[in-house]
Design a protein around this ligand. Structure first.
Ligand SMILES: Nc1nc2c(c(=O)[nH]1)N[C@H]1C(S)=C(S)[C@@H](COP(=O)(O)O)O[C@H]1N2
Ligand SMILES: [Mo]
Length: 537
């Protein structure tokens, strides 16, 4: 111990780190105050004006495709939480550095804060639809942040200037001797005060923003008209009789969510408009009321994300209410040569969908309802696209505001320009849900079950293979339509205790067997037979 404490190099090092700890903390609290104040004001000015949101959105648009894919693959629907967390870490580090510089010379630390603020301001003002007033929360936040930095750093620098200036004037010496301890205490008192104020302001701002979210209020009060053509009746027996298999209809609250929107767009149905244009005889726009006045249809469809890995859960089945896209296109009258519809959302996402897919008799629609309710905000309120048979990234545009009839040669969608395919028919897939992977089941009869899908074609057969044995035919649950998933079950009577594995594979109704070759999601969807290991007790 003694030697360690007396080690000059070590001692020097720790003094240096300690000397930076409190200035660093001061910088972090200053940055926290900046964001807290900006967050509070953003509750009034609008979500686009939040610096955190704007920086996050810019971050999402500029992250290289491989990193984004990695985030979705690795964190799935938590990718946004992970993004926010990593952003926080970057902000904390930069703020600490600014604090350390500020204690040496306040202007340098302040200059860094102003520089970061300018970058955030650029992110805010360059977003689609940004207005000058969107800069207000950041501006006020920056002023507050600078004031906090000065307030906290001053409490520290009095001490440092005296200790580092042993040959200083008598006045400083005297003052230094007198304030050496109190200055550290002053710093802590001030830090605690400011930090708690920032927490209150920041959280208050978030609560206020939620309460003031007009779109949510409108959405919750909205009554949708009934469908002119009702959905298929759900036959008995669509649910496999095995406990633990996914519900056949996915409740809205459990429906997977994948999108690039860090903050859910808040669209007002009373001002929402869909523009239909491009290679058409008849360009037009449609309001939400006009959309609701059409002959709405209701239909079940299973949505699937191209990022879904073999056995993954980025798929959901819902009853959609909407206006068929073939009617929209019949009214627009596409010109010869057009082969694609580029749908764009209010926040700049876009998807390329083959024109014929939107004109055939499947229920591709502009959806307004999901499982008997208006679309949840996260799932595209007030209007989204739903196209049976295609992965979401080339078809399921949420918060849709623009349909351009064009060609694949001319335009491409958001993910296509980031290394994914331009077409996205859904590949046949099957997964084992019961037993759970690496789960333990009691000895005796082992009930197995899961879900398979081959949208547009339907599932005609599912087979399971136990411990590499022969492929056995599973029992299929009832089918609702070719566009919805289908459940399967199998009972294994001869299970002996120990470790086992089960593989599953499906046949589409056209007789084709699901692809065995393993492929990753990129560029056009994963393939391979799902296999899990479990233990019989
Ligand atoms: N506006 C917008 N729409 C979007 C996306 C998006 O990032 N932004 N992602 C698409 C993708 S990749 C999928 S898989 C589906 C997912 O729809 P869900 O979140 O309702 O399940 O939405 C599609 N529509
Ligand atoms: Mo997706």
């Amino acid at each position: 111990m003694g030697t360690r404490n007396n080690n000059p190099t070590n001692g020097h090092f720790w003094t240096r780190v300690r000397g930076k700890l409190w200035p660093g903390l001061g910088g972090i609290i200053a940055a926290g105050s900046l964001f807290a104040v900006a967050q509070l004001l953003a509750a009034f000015v609008g979500p686009r004006s939040s610096p955190l949101t704007a920086v996050g959105a810019a971050f999402i648009d500029f992250t290289p495709a491989w990193l984004k894919n990695f985030a979705i693959d690795t964190f799935g629907t938590n990718d946004k939480a992970v993004l926010l967390f990593s952003m926080m870490i970057v902000v904390v580090i930069l703020a600490a550095v600014a604090g350390v510089f500020a204690v040496k010379r306040l202007v340098i630390g302040a200059g860094m804060v102003v520089a970061f603020a300018s970058v955030m301001g650029t992110c805010i003002i360059t977003r689609a639809g940004a207005m000058l007033t969107d800069l207000l929360p950041l501006l006020v936040g920056t002023v507050v942040g600078l004031a906090v930095l000065r307030y906290l750093i001053r409490a520290l620098s009095a001490k440092i200037s005296t200790t580092s200036n042993s040959a200083g004037t008598p006045k400083i010496q005297a003052e230094g001797a007198a304030v050496l301890q109190p200055s550290r205490r002053t710093f802590f008192v001030r830090s605690a005060m400011v930090a708690s104020a920032a927490v209150v302001v920041g959280f208050g701002g978030n609560l206020l923003a939620t309460a003031r979210n007009a779109a949510r209020q409108v959405r919750d009060a909205l009554k949708l008209p009934a469908a002119k053509r009702a959905a298929q009746a759900v036959p008995a027996g669509v649910q496999a009789p095995v406990k633990g298999v996914t519900p056949f209809v996915t409740p809205n609250a459990d429906f997977y969510r994948i999108d690039t929107a860090l903050v859910v767009p808040e669209l007002d149905p009373s001002t929402w408009e869909l523009r239909v244009h491009g290679m058409v005889e008849n360009e037009f726009t449609m309001t939400f009321d006009e959309l609701l006045a059409t002959d709405l249809v209701e239909s079940y469809a299973t949505l699937t994300c191209v990022s879904n890995v073999v056995g993954g859960n980025l798929a959901g089945n819902a009853k959609w209410l909407g206006y068929p896209l073939r009617e929209v296109l019949a009214r627009a009258k596409p010109k010869d040569g057009a082969d694609m519809v580029l749908s764009t959302s209010s926040d700049g996402f876009s998807a390329s969908t083959p024109l014929p897919v939107l004109q055939d008799d499947r229920d591709a629609m502009l959806a307004v309802g999901m499982n008997g309710e208006p679309l949840p905000l996260e799932h595209g309120f007030p209007v989204r696209m739903v196209v049976p048979g295609l992965y979401g990234f080339v078809s399921a545009t949420k918060w849709v505001v623009d349909l351009e009839v064009t060609t694949f040669a001319e335009k491409e969608g958001y993910w296509t320009s980031r290394g994914w395919s331009d077409h996205g028919p859904i590949k046949t897939a099957a997964r084992v849900e019961v037993p759970k992977a690496l789960g333990r089941v009691p000895a005796g009869k082992v009930g197995m079950g899961g879900t398979a899908w081959a949208q547009r074609r339907g599932i005609s057969k599912v087979e399971v293979q136990l411990d590499g044995g022969t492929w056995e035919t599973a029992t299929l649950a009832a089918e609702l339509s070719v566009d919805t998933w289908r459940q399967w079950s199998y009972q294994w009577d001869g299970a002996e205790s120990g470790s086992h594995n089960v593989r599953v594979r499906a046949y589409a109704a056209d007789g084709t067997l699901q692809e065995e070759k393993q492929a990753p999601p990129q560029p056009d969807g994963s393939s391979g037979w799902h296999q899990i290991t479990f233990t019989v007790e």
